[in-house]
Design a protein around this ligand. Structure first.
Ligand code: MN
Length: 205
């Protein structure tokens, strides 16, 4: 279902791709340690409890997401599974050496869809700052085109048939310790200094 295949249950919290102080000062070690060690871990623990002994117990994370999306009686399973996927993808969407210019092939794709990299970043920032309440902003591939979309709570583009290239977490827990209510400052700093265009380029295809 995606470019991020995972092991079957019981799920394990994947390692962070960098030290918890590696994104400082844009994202502090304090934020990262709570976000990864508490929030992300809790989704893993919750999902393992929810699916133990059920027909989903041997499923990949992507299959759990696909088979529970949009089902009112499976909301808890979907939310925890999707939040595991979203966070693992978010950590990879950031890099201590992020920001700057996308690799040439991706830059060409971005310019074909948005005219300029700056326009793409502006659209991502707008999606991230206008998402009402908790959610995510995404750069996605839709056939030949790149698009920016936003999703609420645990929702993710996979369930709409869109291929995620990168994401920004805009739940308050992602920025409140460092930026309080200033989501726009968090988003702009991430886009300028941390966004991992190389990861987006690897996902494109
Ligand atoms: Mn989060």
């Amino acid at each position: 279902m995606s470019n991020q295949k995972t092991e079957n249950a019981p799920y394990v919290l994947p390692p962070l791709p960098y030290a918890d102080n590696a994104l400082d000062p844009v994202i502090s070690a304090n934020t990262l340690s709570f976000h990864y060690g508490k929030h992300h871990k809790t989704y893993v623990d919750n999902l393992n409890k929810l699916i133990a002994g059920t027909e989903l117990a041997d499923s990949s994370l992507e299959d759990v997401i696909a088979s529970t999306a949009g089902q009112a009686d499976k909301t808890g399973v979907f939310n925890n599974a999707a939040q595991i996927w979203n966070h693992t993808f978010y950590w990879k969407s950031l890099s201590p050496k992020g920001g700057g210019e996308p690799p040439a092939a991706l830059k060409n794709k971005i310019e074909a869809s948005f005219e300029t990299v700056e326009a793409c970043k502006k659209e991502l920032a707008t999606a991230a700052t206008t998402q009402f309440g908790s959610g995510w902003a995404w750069l996605v591939q839709d056939g030949d085109k790149l698009k920016v979309v936003k999703t609420s709570n645990a929702d993710l583009p996979l369930t709409s048939g869109l291929k995620p290239l990168l994401t920004i977490d805009v739940w308050e827990h992602a920025y409140y310790l460092d930026y309080q209510n200033r989501r726009v400052d968090y988003v702009n700093a991430v886009l300028d200094k941390l966004i991992n265009w190389g990861f987006a380029a690897d996902n494109h295809g």
